[in-house]
Design a protein around this ligand. Sequence first.
Ligand SMILES: [Zn+2]
Ligand SMILES: [Zn+2]
Ligand SMILES: [Zn+2]
Length: 761
Amino acid sequence: MGTVRTAVRVEGVVQGVGFRPFVYGLATGLGLTGLVGNDLDGVFVEVEGPEPAVSEFLLRLERDAPPLARIERVTARAIVPRREASFHIAASDHAGPRRTLVSADTATCADCLRELADLANRRSGYPFINCTNCGPRFTIVRDVPYDRPLTTMAEFAMCEQCAAEYHDPADRRFHAQPTCCPACGPRLTLHGHDRDHHDEGPAKADPLHAAAELLRQGKILAVKGLGGYHLAADAACEDAVAALRARKHREDKPFAVMAADLAAARRLAEVDDTAAALLASQARPIVLLPRHAHAQVATATAPGNRQLGIMLPYTPLHHLLLANLARPMVLTSGNVSDEPIVYRDDEARDRLATIADAFLVHDRAIHVRTDDSVARTFRGRPMLIRRSRGYVPEPITTTNGFPRPVLACGAELKNTFCLARGHHAFVSHHIGDLENAETLRSFTGGIEHFRRLFDIDPQVVAHDLHPEYLSTKYALELADNGHVDLQGVQHHHAHIASCLADNGYDAPSPVIGVAFDGTGYGTDGTIWGGEFLIADLVQFERGGHLALVPMPGGAAAIREPWRMAAAYLGETARDLDVATRHQERWAAVVAMARKGVNSPLTSSAGRLFDAAAAILGVRDTINYEGQAAVELEQLADPGEAGEYPAAVAAGQGPFQARGADLLYAVMEDRTRGVPAPVIAARFHRGVAALIEKGCLLLRDHHGLGTVALSGGVFQNSLLLHAAVTRLEARGFTVLLHSRVPCNDGGISLGQAVIAAARDRG
Ligand SMILES: [Zn+2]
Ligand SMILES: [Zn+2]
Ligand SMILES: [Zn+2]
């Protein structure tokens, strides 16, 4: 039988995921000779031997690939046999353009957990255990190719035993870049504000045990994690969680809880199969779940919220800390109010000193600040609300691709950016609200990092139309300084395009896009946010929108929802409790709105929800974006079947959906003493009915049967459920977000695919 030699190239997420040892094991098992190596394109292989064995190799290469590998393409071609004696691993090739993919950080695998608990193992109880199938990746990568010297593990020289495992093709730590052990790897220390305080005695002997003891005493710990510092407290301890809230200056926004395992999570909240799979997935996001009424969680964890954000441990450090504590802990980002999460040791000591009683830290640097991801489930599918640690930087693959490299700069709030090339859109980790110097640095530094990691030199730069967004200004500066083409993309068009890309929708026909959010720059000088668009990836037409209403005081109307109630209802509401609560200013604000003094016009769905929340006494002022709407959803009685009617006024141009009708109905029921949970539910269902009406009108005119729902308002699952049910009952195909957020975190992807579609011409 003849000997053949085949050169194979494997592209996708194939570095840092145990691919070379897998290939080595497979080839040697089949008696083949040749080589395997990493280069800037991914993995290259040459195998030589009898033809049937080589065929078998190619078959199993894809079928049996390691769990973390994402193979996107395998190409093979015959080459001349070389007759070498064995199979070996070739050195990495760093030259040339980079096309390889860096994998996301991955939760500790079952094999490592077994070793962690095995007293006979040399890594027993070692908080930094990892292997080719798990551990830190994106957060420690400084550059590509993904090799130890280019990660923050470069400072740790491997001991003899680790080096032997690292170089042994049969070992599961073969070429696992963060391989380490207690003898050679990062170390854990516990210290007080004064660094030497805990350096003696029990804390030095067993920092984890001492840290758990502090938590049990009601103390607050700063814990250095994977993508940044967290603040931890015993989740059941009222005083500790209340103190954490007070010291962090975070008034109402819920804290997440980390539970040891699924059983512990189930004691706190309802966990269905989809949620269980999501909780236990390699990405380990925070999952928003319906909490049990009797859940043993301090009141201050998620005040006034029927949901609880729960995550499972994703690093060995978390596993060990929870095992020592033996109950759930609050684990929230280490920052003061709205600042970005702290990730450098010096800034942690500075900025967390007034919050944390002690610091549980280690000496492995975090290269990229990466927040925990947040998800919920909807009808058996995950819905990401914040896509960050565990997901980033894995690309969203698009069918039509990007003719030229694109940078999309995203929106202002919940910013992400997106760099795209070929068929890959690399949506960044959560950057945050671009309103301070620190976040702006994360934004610009992040873009530089992604450009290097993925070797993308953008020729097209997409941006929001809002001239005051810092992301827009950044795009304009790039255009001033270099040869890039700018693409301005309307905010709500980007939302709909993002939803289309999320669904892999590539039909040429346009869809009905319903984009409901708080704020977006319109093309007519008004603030949009309750939009019905006829959209494809190139352009859109405004088919309809919520009727315009003044925002008395501009930004003040966003912070103080009662102003929106005044703007919508005016003097007719003078006897309502919301008006009497603001008696001294009600008439003035109503007059301001009517005369249009400092009262920009908006079609925002967010402001409509704000007004309803204020009328029902849910909230007159807010402490975080979208708070009034979130609490209104929490208040609503999910069993209520009634709804308020609202008219859609069609005429020349876009139709006007009369949101005010809903608020008059809310006012009437409020006056009649109908319970607030019933009113809140009828309002939600009324908004869903309004969406249905708008879509039916557009289907009649344009003959379109697909609806894409996007915008932050659709994080509201009560509304989403009601809207989807009605639309599907009418025969619409409904597209929803899953992999990227429906909120402004998804805007950059939408901008990128629109820029590419326009580029294709
Ligand atoms: Zn592992
Ligand atoms: Zn070692
Ligand atoms: Zn938006």
